[in-house]
Structure formats: C-alpha cells, structure tokens
Design a binder for this molecule. Structure first.
Ligand code: ATP
Ligand code: MG
Length: 466
C-alpha cells in the first residue's frame, strides 16, 4: 500500500490532489530534445551567473518569465536566476553585486558591456507560507514573505505553471514542477494551486493573468479564469503604486489592445482606468473615443514590438484624451475661454483618474505638457510655431497631434503642415506660415483673439474634423 502510494507520488499521478504541499515533490526533468530551447537566445551574463554559482557548489537556474519566453522561442527581455545560495553568499561571488530590498533580499549582479549595462536578478529559493500567522491579511493578501526554502517550495509560490520552470544552462535541462511545459503545448495559462486562494493572497495576479494571456495568446484555464469575476474587486485593496506598475506592464506588453480587451472580458477594467469604462462600452457615444484609443494603442504595440521605446506619459495622455476632450467641451459650452477651459479640464480628468489608480507625478507632468501643447498646433503664424518647436516635449506633442489627425479629430492638413514645417528651411517655413495665414481658423493673432468676445473654440465637435 505504502509503496503504491510512493509510486503514485513519484509518477505525479493526476489523482494526487494538487495542493501546494503535494506539489513540492520531484520535478519533471525535460531534456533538450523536448524543450528545444535555443541556447543562442540566452544572455551570456545570465549563464555566467549560473556557472559561477554552480562552480562554487550551489544550485542555480534561469527561472520564471525568461524560461517561458525561451520555450516560446522568443528572446527574454530580462533574466532572473534562482539559487539555493543566500544573498550574502551570492554577493561574495561577484564583483558588481548589490543587495536589494528589505522584505526579501535579492541580489542585482550588474554587467557592463557594449550597450546598456545588464542586471541579472538573483534570488534565493523562497519558502511557501501557510495561511496562518501574521503574513496574511484578513482578505488573504500576503503582507510579508521573507523565508528561504527549497526549490520545490520556490516553484509552488510562483503564479502560473509556465512561469515556474527552471532552466539549467549547463545541462540544458528544464525542471518543471507544475506541468508548465505541457501547458505551453496546450497553450494554456494555468494558476498553480487553488486559483481563488492565490488571487486572494495577491490580487495583482488577476491582472498578470490577463497580461500573460494577451502576450502569449494562450487561453486562461477555466478554473484559473472562474474566480476573477468575483474577486476582481480585491484590486481595490492593492496599493496604488503597485497597481500602476502592473497596468503599465500590461500597456507596455506589446499587446496592449488585446490585454485591454482581456480586462474587459474578465470584468477587471472598472475602476482601474475610469476611461476604460466608457471606451470599452461599445455604444455609439464612445465611438470617436474608441477609435482614438485603439489607434494610440496599436501605435504603442507596434513600437514596442519593433524594439522602440514608448513613454508612459504619452501613453496615459492618449488613454485619457477622450475624457479630457469631453471635459474641455463641457467647460467651453459654459462660456469659459479656450485655454483656461483646457487647463480646468485637465485637472478634472486627472482627479477622476486618481480615484481609480493614481498616475505617478512624473508621468502626470508629461501628460499635462503634451495636452497643453495641442491648441498651440493650431497657431501657425508669427513666432508661435518656432516657440512650440523649442518645447522640450515637442516631439511627443507632435506625435500626439498626428494621432488626432489620423482619427479625423483634427484636420489632417494641420498635421501635414507641421510635418512640412519641421522639414523646411527658413524660406520654406515663411511660405508655410504665409499659407496658414490665408486659411481661416485658429491662426488669428492673440491681439485679435483677445478682442473677440467669445473666443472661437479649438475643440472640434466629437468625431468630426475641425
Ligand atoms: P515579464 O516578461 O513581463 O517580465 P515575468 O514572468 O518575468 O514576465 P516578473 O514580474 O518579472 O514576470 O516576475 C518574474 C517571476 O516571478 C514570474 O515569472 C513568476 O514566476 C514570479 N512572480 C512574479 N510576480 C508574482 C506574483 N505576483 N505572484 C507569484 N509569482 C510571481
Ligand atoms: Mg521578468
């Protein structure tokens, strides 16, 4: 009887209930011919780190998202290493190693090469926590986790099966504790352990589920998906800064539109970004907003997928623009002058947003700059265009304006005018300004403007050109 039981455990028979405890057993060892990880995709520095640790007698593996990406055949954007050496022991082995974090110490090993320095994050295997004691808040959220453990425990506290594989570059073997490789083949994203419990421990895992599903194109396993509808509201308890980081990762995943659709399907968008509430409503009212945000996100995805950088300020400026336009329009209809109406609307938009998730200050100031530049693109005479070009964030403001042209919110001729203006020599610029002067619209000098009783609004009617 006992031998039968042991055999069953060793075979990891599916009859064995997958609790956390039973899952800390022996991993499946997957040889190169099955996982087919291309060693060329490995970071040389990550390999240096695992080798150095192994030479010193420790266990060391590449772990987490990097193994998932390697198994998918994509080049990981960063490499994490997990080891049984303690942070102090790790630090002693490398010249450029820094201890990071108070709650749970990890070591950043930095390598300086030709391009950017590369940081390999080395963490010591962490223990599982039981649900008792002061580690867990009333809702089940983990507050502290700073206990070292075995590799099996380290695997069990990770989120998804595909994120819990360990790759040893020396033997080219993958250690798989939770059937991650089988899930990869089935294109399934599956939470380790009891999904509801894992979401209660850390509600951010719900957002991670949506992000990884969008990024990999995998389906959420039904048991992994099911509790989200009910537990989504736990995201309200997550500190705003953490929420912001996770939403930023989601938007910068290169699959932001897909991820936002995923949030909607999971019922998670409410309250995160108030604007998402109405963009994702498919009503006629939100059509203009929808088009703008869709285009902005497609643009972001394309940039990220081709390895270009995207500024978070720009991204949030686009996401909140439909809301801002609405507020701006309301202010103007109350008789406020154009520019004060815009600034007042910016305050409103940001305040509303902060009730869901606060956008960090440094991004907020970028957003304000991009937004307040917009009416200035319509002044194309005198010194105005030159002053605008000299603004430190001109490029972002210009890109933003082009998006408005692309959806027809702003007359595309204005976008073209600026594109020509940037490229033109001084004589060409004079010509362009002369041509703008002859057009009617918002090119009037400020003196004339001030004399007008009711300034002409720069705000176009929704969905139409100005
Ligand atoms: P990315 O490619 O976006 O960096 P990643 O999987 O590497 O994806 P990270 O946030 O860098 O994600 O986390 C690294 C690893 O740490 C994950 O693969 C997972 O194993 C574990 N992990 C991270 N966050 C959590 C969490 N909230 N709960 C459980 N495990 C987590
Ligand atoms: Mg990572």
């Amino acid at each position: 009887m006992i031998t039968k039981f042991i055999k069953r455990i060793l075979r990891r028979d599916p009859m064995v209930k997958h609790t956390h405890a039973s899952n800390t057993g022996a991993p499946k060892r997957i040889p190169k011919k099955s996982h087919r990880i291309d060693p060329h995709l490995l970071s040389k520095n990550a390999v240096k780190v695992t080798h150095t640790l192994q030479q010193a007698g420790y266990e060391a593996f590449i772990v987490g998202g990097a193994v998932r990406d390697l198994a998918l055949g994509i080049s990981p954007k960063d490499f994490d290493v997990a080891t049984n050496a303690t942070p102090d022991q790790v630090q002693r082995l490398f010249r450029k190693a820094r201890l990071i974090g108070r709650r749970f110490q990890i070591v950043h090993v930095t390598f300086f090469g030709k391009g950017h320095p590369e940081i390999i994050e080395v963490s010591t295997f962490r223990a599982l926590l039981d649900n008792a004691g002061d580690h867990v808040a009333e809702s089940g959220r983990i507050l502290r986790d700073n206990v070292w453990g075995s590799q099996g425990e380290d695997a069990a506290r990770r989120d998804f099966t595909i994120n819990a594989m360990y790759y040893d570059p020396s033997s080219e073997t993958v250690l798989d504790y939770h059937g991650g490789m089988a899930d990869m083949q089935k294109k399934t994203l599956r939470m380790i352990g009891d999904p509801a419990k894992r979401y209660r421990e850390d509600p951010v895992r719900m957002l991670r589920a949506v992000r990884f599903a969008a990024k990999t194109g995998f389906e959420l396993d039904s048991a992994t998906r099911a509790p989200i509808a009910k537990l989504g509201k736990l995201l309200n308890d997550v500190p705003s800064a953490r929420l912001f980081d996770e939403i930023l990762k989601l938007l910068m995943s290169g699959y932001s539109w897909r991820a936002i659709q995923g949030l909607k399907e999971a019922g998670l968008h409410h309250g995160l970004l108030p604007l998402l509430d109405h963009i994702l409503d498919d009503g006629e009212d939100s059509k203009g907003a929808n088009d703008f945000v869709k285009l902005a996100l497609a643009n972001t995805d394309e940039r990220i997928q081709s390895g270009k950088s995207v500024s978070a300020g720009f991204l949030f400026a686009t996401l909140l623009w439909p809301d801002l336009l609405k507020n701006w329009k309301t202010n103007s209809s109350k008789g406020m002058a154009n520019i004060p109406a815009l600034h007042d609307a910016m305050d409103d938009t940001i305040t509303t947003q902060s009730s869901g998730m606060t956008i960090q200050r440094r991004f907020e100031s970028d957003m304000r700059e991009i937004w307040s530049m917009q009416p200035r693109f319509e002044r194309r005479v005198g010194r105005y265009p030159f002053r605008l070009i000299e603004s430190p964030r001109f490029r972002a403001g210009y890109d933003f304006m082009l998006l408005r042209c692309a959806t027809g919110e702003l007359n595309p001729a204005i976008g073209q005018w600026w594109t020509d203006f940037i490229a033109a020599d001084p004589a060409g610029q004079e010509e362009l300004m002369a041509s703008a002067k002859n057009e009617s619209g918002n090119t009037a000098s400020p003196a004339k403007r001030r004399r007008r009783r009711k300034p002409k609004s720069a705000i176009p009617p929704e969905g139409a050109g100005s």
